[in-house]
Design a protein around this ligand. Structure first.
Ligand SMILES: *Cc1c(COP(=O)(O)O)cnc(C)c1O
Length: 246
């Protein structure tokens, strides 16, 4: 069955608008990032033709294979949203303008080293495990400030905000608590006025919970399934530490 990417996009865009209206926010405060893991390039092309320009990948290898194909169609911006292994840093920084998933000092060090060698800088978000689920990456909320302080020593990294994956399959109020926690951490960290730490971006909300995330202050939502249909691989394949590859 063909997936109606354009219609799905219209519906997501409409829901975004309604959620903004309902919470007194301006629709242009929230960006839609399309999460494209496992999605073939022809579907991405359909999204581009519908006017979408912001895409996110979870694995270095998939990013590398899609990037040149997509460049043929026009100018799009890529973010990295998956678990990033230090040995993939060199590859990933070639393609993306923002890394959502910096969650440990070692990764910050690896990024800084490579960026310095290339005389480059990179915008990053710090990923927080707001649901305390073991299957999720991200620094625990109580360790977030310390990690941001440590990362702020690296002058090649611009810390633009925070990212989280809300509790999945949970009651709406539990998911909302995750997003509220991220917002609180944003305010706490911002108040410290650390060098190169801006905290303007909150990346939170996926297909099942993006309207809640918008109500709680998301500035980037990351949507895959609602636009491209169900994936064949379970998300654990992308989120668990013990998987191989990318
Ligand atoms: C897959 C993924 C998404 C999108 O999830 P959907 O439920 O398909 O919308 C968002 N964020 C991350 C980090 C992902 O891996």
């Amino acid at each position: 069955m063909d997936i109606l990417v354009e219609q799905n996009l219209q519906s997501v865009r409409r829901q975004m608008e309604l959620a903004c209206l309902a919470s007194g926010r301006k629709p242009d405060e929230v960006k839609l990032l399309l999460a494209t893991k496992t999605v073939p390039v022809d579907k991405l092309e359909q999204a581009m033709q519908a006017g979408e320009t912001l895409f996110g990948e979870n694995k270095a290898q998939e990013l590398r294979s899609k990037f040149p194909l997509m460049q043929q169609y026009g100018q799009v911006e890529w973010h990295f949203i998956g678990h990033l292994q230090t040995n993939k840093v060199k590859d990933v920084i070639k393609y993306v303008t923002l890394i959502h998933s910096v969650d440990r000092l070692k990764l910050g060090q690896a990024l800084h080293q490579q960026l310095r060698n290339e005389h480059k800088t990179m915008d990053i978000l710090v990923q927080i495990n707001t649901s305390y689920e073991e299957s999720k990456f991200g620094v625990l909320p109580e360790a977030a400030l310390e990690l941001v302080e440590q990362l702020s020593q690296f002058d090649s990294l611009n810390i633009k905000g925070l990212m989280t994956i809300g509790k999945l399959g949970a009651r709406r109020d539990e998911t909302r608590d995750c997003f509220r926690l991220l917002k609180q951490l944003q305010m706490q960290i911002k108040a410290k006025e650390l060098p190169r730490v801006e905290m303007g971006i909150l990346s939170m909300g996926m297909s099942g919970d993006y309207t809640v995330a918008i109500e709680e202050g998301a500035t980037i939502i990351r949507v895959g399934t609602n636009v491209f249909g169900q994936r064949y691989l379970p998300d654990g394949y992308y989120w668990n530490e013990d998987v191989r590859g990318g």
